[in-house]
Each structure stands twice: as structure tokens, then as C-alpha cells.
Design a protein around this ligand. Structure first.
Ligand SMILES: Cc1cc2nc3c(=O)[nH]c(=O)nc-3n(C[C@H](O)[C@H](O)[C@H](O)COP(=O)(O)OP(=O)(O)OC[C@H]3O[C@@H](n4cnc5c(N)ncnc54)[C@H](O)[C@@H]3O)c2cc1C
Length: 296
């Protein structure tokens, strides 16, 4: 029987531990967070209980194996009580590093360090109550820009407009490099926020970018079949209740501007055009820029 260390108890570390333990080895897990699960615990949207409970059950099964030993709140790093050299000194047969993608991607933009600018992962960790992130400032204003249009964007819109107990945000602008046909969220996820989708603003935005879409042969009448199935449903009558969100397509952040308190209040974006590349639609930056106001 051998002893194997596993560093990190997200889905990757836990399922690796399961295989190693099932092969008959002693498996010792060191995890930075108290709770196991990694992003399956701290990334999945707080109200998606069914998914979280299902995963927790699977993780509990792994941790209940008699030869799996779990240490939470046990980060391994140069700055921690346990270092990689310590692990080596304890002479395991192998060490598995399954620490996930912990870094945050910087956009490399002027003004990126302004207050009120957050990496999505950290923002998500905060509303999912991962300990050190709960004591940091993730405050938002009335008008918020979210960069990107995948499922994490939908989660953040969901939080800002539906579940944030502070209810500070009244409007979200989703800033997307490409067009509506390149949206990456799942229709099922979009259902959570569809009551806040500003369809009038969306139609106006489609009109604005129509020439760009036509240039690459995209037909907006097909959007309902492809990336925006919400358009198959009749538009709700009257005003949107609560906050609303809209899309600003074909642009990417170029510079972040801050007010006198150092807090973001405007975003300069570069306008993009669409271009077909190797059978898929890519975007190309132009010389043109535009301004998007946000509220500090
Ligand atoms: C915001 C967000 C939402 C997501 N939502 C979904 C979803 O709804 N459905 C879905 O299928 N996927 C979702 N994903 C993707 C999914 O969460 C990841 O693909 C998956 O969690 C990756 O697993 P992992 O084990 O590699 O890393 P992680 O889940 O990141 O786990 C890493 C683990 O390593 C630990 N660790 C880190 N550093 C150290 C250290 N130095 N020492 C010890 N331990 C350390 C951490 O505490 C953590 O427990 C989401 C991702 C994000 C970012």
C-alpha cells in the first residue's frame, strides 16, 4: 500500500482521490477551503440547490472511503504553513496537484485597478460566501457593465437583478466582443433572467449592428432558433419589473475611467467588426471607439 497526497479538493482532486483510494492506497487530501468541492461548491449559483446537493453527495461518498483523509483549511504554498517542500519531505509515493485555475485573468487595460472593477470569479466567490472573499468589498452601482456573454454572465445578472439582497443595480449592460449569434450561454440558464431582458433595447441594438451581421450572412430572424430562444416567447406587456439588462455587441473594453474617488464610472470600448475565419465568426477591432457610462 502506498500513500498519495492530493492537493486541492475540487471535482478533479476528489475524483482523483477516489480512483487512488479504490486502487487500495492511503490518500491524503490538503484543501485550501474548509469545505470540499472547489468551484462546484463556490462557483455554482447559490440557488441551484439540486445541482449542488447532487455533487455534495458524490463528494461525501469519496470522503467517506476509509483510506481517504481530508484536511480542509490547509493551503499548500510558499506563504502557507504547509509548503510543497514539506509535502516532499513526508515522502509520499506521489503528489497530485489539482488546485484548479486560481489566477484571475487581467485584461491589461488602463484603469483596470479602479475600485468597482472585479474579476468574475472573485465576484462569484463573494456571493457564494467563500470565506476570505466575504470580507472584501464587492459593492456595485446602479448601472453595471458585465464583460462577456456566457453562463457566468447570466449568473452575475441573476445575482445583481434578482437575488442580491441589497438590490442596488437597476441596469446591466452586457458587453460582448462579437454578435448575438456568438452568445455562449445556455437557453436554460437564460430562463432565470428573461423577465429582466430588455427586448426593446435588444431590438434597437440589432438594428444598429444589422449591417455588420448582414456582412457575414447572419439573418436576425434566425436568432430565436439559435442563441436567443427567449425571442420565441411573446414579449411581456408593460414595464419590466425590477432591474433590466441589455446587450452592447461588437465591442471590447479599451480603457476604464474612474471618478474622483477612484471608482469606475465609464468604459471606453473599441468597436469591432465581424469576419469569417476558418469557418467560424471572429471579431476584428476597428479604430472607432465608444463610451459606456456606468454608475459608481
Ligand atoms: C463562476 C463559475 C461557475 C461555474 N458553474 C458551473 C456549473 O454551473 N456547472 C458546471 O459543470 N461547471 C461550472 N463551472 C466550471 C467548474 O466549476 C470547473 O470546471 C470545476 O470546478 C474545475 O474543477 P477543479 O477540481 O479542476 O478546480 P476547482 O473546482 O477550482 O477546485 C480547486 C480546489 O483546489 C483548492 N486549492 C486551490 N489552491 C490550493 C492550494 N494552494 N492548496 C490547497 N488547495 C488549493 C481549492 O480550495 C479548491 O477546493 C463554473 C466555473 C466558474 C468559474
Amino acid at each position: 500500500m502506498k500513500t498519495v497526497f492530493v492537493v486541492g479538493a475540487g471535482p478533479a482532486g476528489l475524483f482523483a482521490a477516489q480512483k487512488i483510494a479504490q486502487a487500495g492506497h492511503q490518500t491524503i487530501i490538503f484543501n485550501r477551503d474548509i469545505k470540499p468541492g472547489g468551484l462546484a461548491e463556490y462557483g455554482i449559483y447559490p440557488t441551484k440547490d439540486k445541482m449542488k446537493f447532487g455533487l455534495r453527495k458524490q463528494f461525501a461518498k469519496v470522503l467517506s472511503l476509509p483510506n481517504v483523509h481530508y484536511f480542509g483549511n490547509a493551503p499548500v504554498s510558499r506563504q502557507s504553513a504547509i509548503t510543497v517542500d514539506d509535502l516532499r519531505r513526508w515522502r509520499p509515493s506521489a503528489i497530485v496537484f489539482s488546485v484548479g485555475a486560481q489566477g484571475t485573468k487581467k485584461l491589461g487595460l488602463p484603469g483596470e485597478m479602479a475600485k468597482g472593477v472585479y474579476p468574475a470569479k472573485d465576484f462569484v466567490y463573494n456571493y457564494n460566501l467563500l470565506p476570505i472573499y466575504t470580507s472584501q468589498d464587492f459593492s456595485v452601482g446602479k448601472r453595471v457593465a458585465v464583460i462577456g456573454m456566457g453562463n457566468v454572465m447570466v449568473d452575475i445578472v441573476h445575482w445583481l437583478l434578482v437575488d442580491d439582497p441589497k438590490k442596488t443595480t437597476e441596469e446591466v449592460i452586457v458587453v460582448a466582443r462579437r454578435g448575438p449569434f456568438e452568445a455562449k450561454f445556455d437557453a436554460k440558464e437564460f430562463n432565470y433572467v428573461e423577465n429582466h431582458f430588455d427586448r426593446k433595447a435588444f431590438e434597437k441594438e440589432l438594428e444598429r449592428i444589422q449591417p455588420q451581421l448582414s456582412a457575414v450572412g447572419q439573418d436576425t430572424s434566425k436568432l430565436a432558433e439559435e442563441t436567443f430562444p427567449v425571442l420565441k416567447k411573446p414579449a411581456a406587456e408593460g414595464e419590466i419589473q425590477g432591474g433590466r439588462f441589455s446587450f452592447r455587441f461588437l465591442c471590447q473594453p479599451k480603457e476604464i475611467h474612474a471618478d474622483a474617488n477612484g471608482r469606475i464610472n465609464r468604459l471606453t470600448v473599441t468597436e469591432n467588426v465581424l469576419a469569417e475565419r476558418d469557418g467560424s465568426i471572429a471579431c476584428k477591432a476597428t479604430e472607432k471607439t465608444a463610451e459606456i457610462e456606468v454608475t459608481p
